[in-house]
Design a protein around this ligand. Structure first.
Ligand code: LLP
Length: 423
């Protein structure tokens, strides 16, 4: 459920008119709903809490999904931690008030400078994805006299996820180490006086709409923990990653958080271990829309009709990159039979096509449309391609709203590029 609902013929966000917001801020524009963010976080947490054997897991929201500082602060206030993948994301989480004790740092290519920063700030858990990274972290920790919490990221070789580009858990992908390698690295970590071996982690993909691959991966992780414990090693944490899908309207409905939690309980509930999760999309996707205005309706003599919007692939790249489907809704739908459109943006490449042959209510130049489910992996993946100013973000709470990332002016964009001295 989300708080983007029609009222008196207009699509609204909580108690705010999207028409008024678009007038005030200009389009294109991302709009997020605080109530929806809060609800999704609570539903996820309450589902896990419904199974007492699961204890009180760390829910480290995956910052990569939507890293706006106000979004992070909204979730942080509810007790969310942060799953981060760069120094920049750690800085964002800290700036939004999420304490280092709730920050997880993952990623296949952490630089020495980034690891040193993580050690200085004392993040709770560093997910190690390879042996050279383990060695580097241990030497950085030794020179600094600190003892970071280490978790080994395992690649359990279970494929899942909506698209090949977002599946991470198969042997061919660049992420993590094999189950066998994890045993060896975990023993090394536990024996190293500079490291505090905490446990193991996995994350097999994103937009997963079927519990079976997750259950299979979690079962393999359980077996791994049991093997490690049988060797006398201490394993206190099991990080089960993110990946739970959301309804994008053209796909089978993904399992509800309660079904996910019941599966987790049945696979690892009796283990006596601290659990951690890294949900991103499940929290943020349906808490945001991309608002765009129709520039023209271009009808070709052959009958093809292009709906040309002021939003483009640089603002929302998911359709171009993953063939992703986003529901498109007129903010003030006009009556009349549906019309078939190709929905495109102004960027100079054919890839800047959001969708082809989509049946929508009739639209005219100046009308507003909302791309639904755009709160995750939308603004964070945007760019200034074609020198289109970076898209702004607005956050709604009840009847209030605020611009939480303004659109840069053209002068600001140009001022970022000092001329080479010889020009
Ligand atoms: N943890 C790790 C280690 C991850 O790599 C990811 C996502 C997550 C957690 C959060 O996964 P989620 O709960 O959001 O599924 N840009 C793509 C999605 C890439 C996901 C990458 N990893 C998209 O727009 O669909």
């Amino acid at each position: 459920m989300n708080h983007f609902e029609p009222r008196d013929g207009e699509l609204r966000c909580e108690d705010v008119s999207l028409t008024a917001l678009a007038e005030a801020v200009g389009t294109p524009l991302y709009v997020y709903s605080s109530a929806t963010l809060e609800r999704h976080y609570r539903v996820f947490r309450e589902a896990l809490e419904a199974f007492p054997r699961l204890g009180a897991p760390l829910i480290a929201y995956a910052v990569k999904a939507n890293s706006n500082l106000s979004v992070l602060a909204t979730l942080g206030r509810l007790g969310a931690g942060a799953d981060t993948v760069s120094e920049g994301e750690i800085r964002r989480a800290l700036a939004a008030g999420i304490p280092a004790s709730r920050i997880v740092y993952s990623g296949v290519g952490k630089t020495a400078a980034e690891l040193a920063f993580a050690l200085e700030t004392g993040v709770e858990q560093i997910n190690i994805e390879s042996e050279p990274e383990l060695t580097l972290l241990a030497s950085l920790a030794r020179t600094r006299g600190v003892r970071p919490g280490v978790v080994i990221r395992v690649n359990p070789d279970v494929g899942a996820g909506g698209h090949a580009k977002i599946s991470t858990g198969t042997r061919e992908s660049k992420f993590g180490v094999s189950l066998a390698e994890a045993e060896r690295l975990y023993a090394l970590a536990e024996a190293d006086p500079n490291l505090k071996a905490l446990g193991v982690a996995c994350h097999i993909g994103s937009q997963i709409t079927d519990l079976a691959p997750l259950a299979r991966a979690f079962g393999l992780m359980r077996d791994l923990v049991e093997r490690l414990r049988a060797q006398g090693l201490t394993v206190e944490r099991l990080d089960l990653g993110g990946g739970l899908g959301v309804p994008y309207f053209n796909q089978p409905d993904p399992p509800a958080p309660m079904a996910f939690a019941a599966m987790v309980d049945s696979v690892v509930g009796d283990m006596d271990i601290d659990l951690a999760f890294e949900p991103g999309r499940a929290i943020a996707a349906n808490a945001g829309v991309l608002l765009a205005r129709v520039i023209h309706v271009h009808a070709r003599p052959d009958g093809r009709r292009f709906l040309v919007l002021d939003a483009a692939m640089n603002d929302l790249i998911r359709p171009a990159m993953y063939d992703a489907y986003h529901d498109i809704r007129p903010v003030n739908p006009r009556p009349g039979p549906l019309v078939t459109y190709d929905v495109v943006g102004p960027v100079c490449e054919t890839g800047d096509t959001f969708t082809r042959d989509r049946d929508l209510p009739p639209l005219e130049a100046g009308d507003l449309v909302a791309f639904m489910s755009a709160g995750a992996y939308g603004a964070v993946m945007s760019s200034e391609y074609n020198t289109r100013p970076l898209i702004p973000e607005g956050l709604v709470k009840g009847a209030d709203w605020a611009v939480v990332r303004p659109r840069p002016t053209y002068d600001e964009i140009l001022a970022r590029e000092p001329a080479a001295p010889w020009l």
